[in-house]
Design a binder for this molecule. Sequence first.
Ligand code: CA
Length: 233
Amino acid sequence: MSKSLQFSIAILVAIFFFLPSAEAFNLYDYFPNLVPGQDPGQPDTLYTVCESQTAGQQVIQLRLKTDNVGEFDSVAGAFIPLLLTTDKPGVVLDTTEATTFSGTASLVWEGLAVDVQTSGGNPGSFPMTVLIGGVSLDPSGFLGPGDHLLARLVFSLSEPTKICVDSTQLDIAPRRGDVYLVTAQPVDYVPQWYKDCCGPAVPTLSEWGLILFSLLLLASIVWYLKRVKKVYA
Ligand SMILES: [Ca+2]
């Protein structure tokens, strides 16, 4: 191999490794003239819902409750940077769009993003900052009054694990803040956010279990009293 060819390959390898990572989802790419606005009507809320944890999986729904009505006030985009923490290792977030947005209201949106911002984009490294986002440039994707499923965060687990989801700040946000929604107008506004944790199901005693437990306790007390009586007899 000639020295010039070796040099060229070295340059290409260097470019490959030092190229900046793919640009993160940014609302300004879709709405260059985005201005701050007010949440129309009552405050909208972004919140999570824990689906039941199975042996190897935890699904956490990301949902939006909005009362915004009308062609211009409907929700047309979301910028949701999340801080994810786990209490056990061996957790991996599925970052594929097909998984995250399957069956959601935002599936028809454009620029859908599940961008891991931490540890070089490693979906198995926690605490993790991940940006969930997307926009609708077509009225068919605008979200009016209702309770909408925006995304499903699907985690694979290696053991029962508690996973907490909170919002966080990203410098690429339209303005310094956490989560943003965009109306079709378009203006951006900050909805209310509720953080939550999802964990393994705690085993509970059924009614029959409680009865059996009481009988066992009673039997233990009777046995103990009889034993004490014998000692002092
Ligand atoms: Ca509202």
